[in-house]
Design a protein around this ligand. Structure first.
Ligand SMILES: Cc1cc2nc3c(=O)[nH]c(=O)nc-3n(C[C@H](O)[C@H](O)[C@H](O)COP(=O)(O)OP(=O)(O)OC[C@H]3O[C@@H](n4cnc5c(N)ncnc54)[C@H](O)[C@@H]3O)c2cc1C
Length: 548
């Protein structure tokens, strides 16, 4: 996301000298599917400066500047004083995280709030609970195994023969670790490893860790300082970020269906005759929307999510995207991670417990059962965490999550109640009064949750995706002034090679894209600074560490 703090004062300068259109940027994941009482219409930090708008049908040009994007509702659920986010909740890391700086500068972080202690219990399917030292022992071993996977990225060591995924590597280490233990001790410890791996699929954004490339695991950079949550929810950051953007510059309900970015001849068949139409008149990029509107701009910054690109990239761009981009879109993974919220009338979990880990024993399933997602999807829920005394959160990923998205919330709530009764060995666990589950994969404008490194994908693919499209010079252009002009820049979490899958990754790529376009217009660059006057702008030095 670009640094929106600077938009207001500079908009006219940009408008006066050219047009920059940022398409579809948002800062936080939105799920527009939920029909819950507290829907927040939100603004998104995208810079869309269009100097000219032209109706494709009439050829008429109207001069004004507008900020466009698709409908954005930020659904969030209030429970007591808590506001829960259906998408991003944590600012991942403090040091050098521009989101943290923005939150600090705008008083969104409660620095005196002491986090409540997190007490986890690990329960078996029969309701028995494992002693905490066993859980801690396996957790510590697991963290070591994970770190070793990450080390392959920077070191010159090769993994053992035949091991190419994170899942396979951890399975091998776990097997060696457990091999000398008696069967029962081994079994329960294996269940903890299995549970932690399911949790990892939610962190990574995949179905199983067997799909995640071992050599690229370490390409994701973790910023220091832990995870920070904002008392008013992550979405609270949208207000200070978007306040500089006049509301009338934001267009919602403009789903884009076509982006014409290079002059080329195309045919239109009308009344039996074939007419040659020239698209991309005057070197402008034409953005065609589902509602029939066509918008023209000199530049477009496209932040279509990777999930949407996977489904539409072949047809969306005219001419087609270069092969290296299409291949990168194909190789990278955009998995599904969903949240399930359960709201109760009364608390029922022990006040000292904040998370119940569910140690499913999947080894007892037959091959047939394993293959039947309809019968086993819920075994992917690895824990329930207490958000408040009366609000629980479960996470689910991959194919199981995609299956869950098709079930009614009543069915999901019933299954969750059965799970809780079983693992807590308590038939009196109440039914929730509300169940809310996200549906990131079914949403046509996300088609998944976040980017992950599938086996065979690499940072090169992300760099490939991030590369702008440059307008080539043709004979018809005459003057070469327009040659090699960036017409489409790409941004979004999937275009950051080390902060992919995060809000700060999306934000930083937006800034980079904006800077790229401004670099191409040196006069305007001076006038339009991307620095944010409200922060010390530590994120500028992060560029020295790792941007794209
Ligand atoms: C469950 C969940 C939990 C998460 N937790 C965290 C977290 O704790 N911390 C963190 O840093 N990150 C988290 N993330 C990831 C974070 O939300 C994303 O990385 C970030 O929002 C990506 O921003 P983006 O701008 O790249 O894409 P998006 O936020 O997906 O924005 C893309 C925009 O494009 C629009 N669009 C799509 N198609 C079209 C079209 N055809 N026409 C017009 N507009 C279109 C969409 O409506 C959307 O507004 C989480 C994500 C999920 C799903």
């Amino acid at each position: 996301m670009p640094q929106v703090g600077a938009i207001e004062k500079d908009t006219s300068l940009v408008i006066g000298n050219g047009s920059i259109l940022f398409l579809y940027s948002v800062l936080l994941k939105l799920d527009t599917s939920q029909n819950i009482p507290h829907l927040y219409e939100s603004l998104f930090p995208c810079l869309f400066f269009i100097r000219e708008e032209r109706s494709f049908k009439t050829g008429h040009f109207a001069k004004y500047s507008t900020l466009y994007m698709y409908e954005s509702l930020f659904p969030c659920l209030h429970s007591g004083n808590e506001k829960v986010e259906l998408g991003a909740n944590w600012i991942h890391g403090v040091l050098g995280n521009p989101m943290f700086e923005l939150a600090m500068a705008n008083g969104l972080i409660d620095i005196v709030r002491v986090p409540k202690p997190h007490k986890v219990v690990a329960a078996l399917e029969d309701g028995k609970q494992l002693p905490f030292p066993v859980l801690r022992e396996i957790y510590e071993a697991y963290v070591c195994f994970l770190r070793r996977c990450e080390e392959y990225f920077l070191s010159s060591y090769s993994p053992p023969d035949g091991i190419s995924s994170v899942g396979a590597h951890i399975a091998l280490e776990a097997e060696i670790y457990l091999s000398s233990l008696p069967p029962e001790q081994r079994r329960v410890r294996q269940l903890i490893f299995d549970c932690l791996l399911k949790r990892e699929t939610c962190v990574t954004g995949c179905d199983t860790m067997d799909e995640v490339d071992l050599l690229e695991m370490g390409s994701y950079d973790e910023l220091q300082g832990g995870n920070i949550s904002l008392p008013d929810g992550y979405s609270a950051i949208l207000e200070p970020v978007a306040k500089h953007v006049p509301k009338n510059r934001i267009l919602t309900k403009h789903a884009v269906t076509k982006i014409r970015w290079q002059k080329q001849k195309r045919s239109s068949v009308s009344a039996g005759s074939t007419e040659e139409l020239e698209s991309n008149v005057d070197g402008l990029v034409e953005v065609q929307c589902e509602n029939g509107r066509t918008i023209s701009a000199q530049h477009v910054v496209c932040t279509l999510p990777l999930g949407v690109l996977k489904r539409t990239a072949q047809d969306m761009f005219e001419p087609s995207l270069p092969a290296h981009k299409l291949e990168a879109i194909d190789r990278l993974m955009f998995g599904t991670v969903d949240k399930i919220f359960l709201e109760y009338d009364r608390p029922f979990l022990n006040p000292g417990v904040s998370e119940v880990m569910l140690l499913w024993d999947d080894s007892r399933l037959s091959e047939v059962e394993r293959g039947d997602i309809g019968k086993t999807w819920f075994r992917k829920i690895y824990s329930f965490t207490k958000i408040t005394d009366t609000l629980l959160l479960g996470w689910i990923s991959g194919r199981a999550a995609e299956h869950m998205e098709n079930l009614s919330t009543t069915e999901v709530a019933e299954v969750c109640t059965t799970i809780l009764r079983r693992f807590l060995n308590d038939p009196f666990v109440p039914n929730p009064k509300n169940c809310l589950r996200t549906s990131w994969n079914s949403q046509p404008y996300t088609r998944g949750s976040y980017t992950a490194m599938a086996i065979g994908a690499s940072q090169l693919d992300i760099r490939s995706l991030a590369q702008p499209l440059v307008r080539e010079w043709t004979e018809e252009d005459g003057s070469k002034d327009e040659a090699n002009r960036v017409v489409i820049a790409f941004a979004g979490e999937h275009t950051h090679s080390s902060f992919y899958s995060t809000v700060h990754g999306a934000y930083l790529t937006g800034r980079t894209a904006a800077e790229l376009l401004l670099d191409a217009k040196p006069g305007e660059k001076q006038a339009l600074s991307l620095s944010c006057e409200e922060t010390s702008d530590l994120s500028s030095w992060i560029q020295g560490i790792s941007l794209n």
